[in-house]
Design a protein around this ligand. Structure first.
Ligand SMILES: Nc1ncnc2c1ncn2[C@@H]1O[C@H](COP(=O)(O)OP(=O)(O)OP(=O)(O)O)[C@@H](O)[C@H]1O
Length: 407
């Protein structure tokens, strides 16, 4: 966009924000932007960051003075931005885990006369002042350092715990029922992305949806223990075939696990997985060529390329995908945290090398010298298996991690 276009865009944005917030122009200067979501009013302090589709602002809740991160997505008519924002809201309302960002409040408001037909989705999250793992890795690289191995594993193990929670999330389970209608709505919306593209737009008129209640609930005791033993080859192959329970429920896949989507909590060591607009039901089959293309397009839009599983680059008719797309991304994430770059775009890849081809052939090399032990490489190799049917599930990844790095 040229500078005039961009200035006009910013003015339109500002006008729409003022409309949505009910603030006004005072003596020729613009009153500070506030956003009203139901009973709560948030005063914007400054911008924290920007994503491909959003702006994230530091805000203060006017009554309590508490600070939050407000994610704002302008949803223009005719785009799928609103459906995407709705999916992120729904995911925030349903998932609750210590390593998953809690959704504190949310709302969808009309863009107003200056942005006719446009809606603005707002999501309120805790502020993570330490930034993302992307920031941390980049800072370390700039300083010529690598992150400490124990720290890398701690962060990785926390992200795996969040991913295991998503993968084993059951809509019919007690968690699913405990929040009644609201949760069913969230379930319906998350489920509504099917391969035939029949997104549920019945929620277009939604306005304030109210603050979501986030109470962390532990996963079932059966899941908490993990495996004591490293799965052997036969066990791994057996587990690679879906168990009847898993085949029925499937759970959800995040589909965009990457350094930039892992924030660090204020304690400096707890990872928080965020950005749930890409979440999909984990299991899908492309029954027709059109469905295969749609699956591929959806992945191209939502899964960041250097972390994208090989099976999502060239989806064929009858292809089946499952939650192990996330395990591939976890392999890329661990590699990037340990070595400072992602495995299929780092040094040695050469200019013009296709990330897709490198991923499909699992063509990656570890740096010649590294301060880390070979256990990291063993874990990365365990996950970066191009054939999804041979790739481990996240439980197996956790089991191997715990065996290599006992608590
Ligand atoms: N809770 C938070 N606390 C502090 N900063 C945040 C928070 N959430 C997001 N940010 C900042 O805003 C940026 C964009 O956020 P986010 O990744 O959610 O946007 P997005 O539009 O979904 O991005 P993407 O292009 O990855 O899809 C982040 O990289 C981070 O710097």
């Amino acid at each position: 966009m040229d500078s005039c276009g961009s200035l006009a865009g910013s003015l339109l944005d500002l006008a729409s924000a003022i409309y949505a917030a009910g603030t006004s122009l005072v003596c020729g200067s613009v009153a500070p932007e506030t956003v009203q979501l139901g009973p709560r009013r948030y005063q914007v302090a400054r911008q924290l960051g920007e994503g491909g589709f959003s702006q994230v602002l530091l805000v203060e809740e006017v009554d309590s003075g508490a600070q939050y991160a407000l994610k704002k997505i302008i949803c223009h008519q005719g785009t799928d931005a609103l459906a995407m924002a709705q999916r992120e809201i729904d995911a925030g309302m349903r998932f609750a885990h210590p390593n998953i960002v809690p959704l504190v409040d949310h709302g969808i408001v009309d863009g107003g006369p200056s942005l006719r037909g446009t809606q603005i989705a707002y999501m309120v999250f805790p502020v993570y002042r330490r930034g993302s793992m992307f920031d941390l890795v980049m800072d370390s690289e700039d300083g010529g350092r690598r992150l400490d191995e124990q720290f890398v594993i701690r962060v990785f193990r926390g992200v795996c715990a969040a991913v295991r929670y998503l993968h084993s999330y059951s809509d019919g389970g007690s968690r699913g029922r405990s929040e009644g209608g609201r949760r069913s709505d969230a379930d319906a919306s998350l489920k509504s992305v099917d391969l035939a593209g029949s997104e549920d737009d019945g929620r277009q008129g939604a306005q304030f949806l109210g603050p979501s209640k986030q109470h962390w609930q532990p996963t079932s005791p059966g899941r908490a223990g993990g495996y004591a033993e490293l799965p052997q080859a036969e066990e791994r192959d057996a587990a690679a075939t879906l168990s009847p329970e898993r085949a029925r429920t499937g759970g959800y896949a995040h589909r965009d696990i990457k350094l930039g989507n892992v924030m660090l909590a204020d304690d400096g060591k707890t990872p928080i997985l965020m950005d749930f607009g890409s979440v999909r039901p984990a299991r899908a089959t492309a029954r027709t060529r059109a469905e295969a293309l749609q699956m591929q397009d959806d992945a191209a839009e939502n899964c960041t390329m250097p972390y994208r599983a090989p099976e999502l680059f060239d989806v064929q008719r009858d292809a089946e995908i499952d939650e192990r797309t996330d395990v591939w991304s976890l392999g890329c994430l661990l590699f990037a945290m340990a070595f400072g770059y992602t495995p299929f775009e780092g040094p040695g890849m050469g200019p013009g090398t296709s990330i897709a081809l490198a991923a499909i052939n699992a063509k990656y090399t570890f740096p010649a010298s590294s301060p880390h032990s070979d256990r990291i490489k063993q874990l990365v190799d365990f996950m970066l298996v191009p054939d999804p049917r041979q790739r481990p599930f996240v439980d197996q990844v956790i089991a191997l991690t715990d065996q290599l790095y006992p608590h």
